[in-house]
Ligand binder design. Sequence first.
Ligand SMILES: N[C@@H](CCC(=O)N[C@@H](CS)C(=O)NCC(=O)O)C(=O)O
Length: 218
Amino acid sequence: MNKLVVLRGYQFSVYNRIARVALHEKGVSYKTEEIDPFADDIPDHYMQRQPFGRVPVLSHGTFDVYETAAIARYVDAAFEGPRLVPLEVESLTRLVQIVSIVDSYGYRPMVREVFAHRVFRPALGEESDEAKIENGLAASRPVLQALDTLASEAHVLDRKTFTLADCHLAPMIAYFIQAPEGETALRDYAALSDWWEWSSQRASLAETDPGLPVNHLA
Ligand SMILES: N[C@@H](CCC(=O)N[C@@H](CS)C(=O)NCC(=O)O)C(=O)O
């Protein structure tokens, strides 16, 4: 009997979406359990699985894994379906490098500052901070530049083969460009824009699009 696959996470989390994109690319059936990491009362059973209180966590039978890069590697290795990790050493190295750049330098300015303050918080009727958007945009520029350089080199992000580099980056860019400033900024990076035009057509992205939250108080 197949072991149950459960993804515990928050529907609007960009990291949750990365894990979902990998699962969809591999054609894995899975259940979801909603955990809001920003809530005051994260359930104990979740904190036991993710001691830092972040989302997501993937469970496959009794095996639990947190940290999205590790989840994605697990999904690629544990299930049938197209390989999402290249064998060739330079491509594999670039993949790991891109994931690390996105996590270390991209997520906070692009998602938590630009997207959250220009798009997500207004959708919820919450106040946004223009300074955060401005700082986020400035901090996003070197990240976009670095990714553009790597996209033009095309060991991965090559617009031919969808890898875990695409899984990790595409949900971040999908959020970032919902801010008009983000969309404008991306246009300055030709190779990255070309990559986005290709990868944004992916079925796995449409299937995992969380949309925006609805403000029930409006
Ligand atoms: N290093 C973690 C980061 C995950 C992460 O930061 N997720 C966000 C949601 S997109 C979160 O849980 N935020 C809660 C918080 O910052 O308290 C991973 O790769 O899974």
